[in-house]
Ligand binder design. Structure first.
Ligand code: SF4
Length: 261
């Protein structure tokens, strides 16, 4: 009996290690799982109420795409290595650090901005300045954390004086983003501002295109305003929030309220 119990415990531990190696970080609560031990008093007494146990279970999240996440991580690292050495356009001459983008390797959402600013250029990270802080609040309002989405830009080096990237610079850099998208396989892409929309989809006029679903190689794309624009025109936040709610709807996720955020 003792020997069987030890073997069973070993098998369970091995299986849990296997799941961990596969990227599984949580297990669903079975009906009453862990709580429906026979009630004190032995058999015949009622078991823990399944409904109460279910209520205590967190809502299921989409299953992690573990295998593809590992492949994607490797591909993203390899792309970032090539970006770091890239001298394809003149922006390499004035950059401090390249900014390949960062986040979850198999995200629901990929946010695509224009290019790094001063803070991003110094830190090598996308969207870490004032506009980045606003983007973080937008992401959190959607019920995600920054680490659950991927954030990138059209150009990976800072244009001097924060000017817009020139069309030639965007065209030279775009293949990196295209490779990132094919590794990430996001369920939805959100383009931020007119430059990202134009470079990725060749569609001009963010004011007209904003809020309308478009498509990039079969992936739904929601164009919306850039957070920098929202810092200048806060009244446009309402439009952006409408766009982000449409994204949540497309992903089958409820719009968080303060109570369930
Ligand atoms: S902006 Fe892109 S294409 Fe230009 S040097 Fe930087 S990584 Fe290369």
């Amino acid at each position: 009996m003792q020997e069987n119990l030890s073997r069973l415990t070993g098998d369970i531990l091995n299986y849990l290690h296997f799941l961990k190696d596969e990227g599984v970080r949580s297990l669903p609560c079975a009906a009453g799982g862990g709580r429906d031990w026979p009630a004190p008093g032995g058999p015949g007494r009622s078991r823990a109420p399944t409904r109460a146990a279910d209520a205590a279970c967190p809502k299921p999240r989409p299953a992690p795409r573990a295998a593809s996440a590992q492949d994607s991580s490797n591909a993203l690292l390899e792309i970032a290595g090539r970006v770091a050495a890239c001298e394809r356009c003149a922006l390499h001459k004035t950059r401090t650090r390249t900014v390949p983008g960062q986040g979850h390797p198999a995200p629901d959402i990929l946010f695509v901005g224009e290019g790094p600013g001063e803070d991003e250029d110094l830190q090598g990270l996308a969207f870490v300045g004032e506009a980045g802080k606003l983007l973080t609040r937008m992401i959190e309002a959607m019920g995600y954390g920054r680490e659950e989405v991927f954030i990138a830009n059209i150009v990976k080096c800072r244009p001097p004086h924060n000017r817009k990237p020139e069309p030639g610079e965007s065209a030279q850099c775009l293949p990196f983003l295209e490779e990132q998208i094919s590794a990430l396989k996001p369920r939805v892409i959100v383009t931020l501002g007119g430059t990202a929309l134009e470079a990725l989809l060749k569609v001009s006029g963010i004011t007209r295109a904003r809020g309308q679903w478009l498509e990039y190689k079969g992936i739904p794309v929601m164009p919306t305003f850039h957070p920098s624009y929202l810092l200048r025109v806060p009244t446009a936040k309402r439009d952006v929030w409408n766009d982000l709610q449409a994204v949540l709807g497309r992903l089958g996720r409820a719009v968080p309220t303060p109570a369930n955020k």
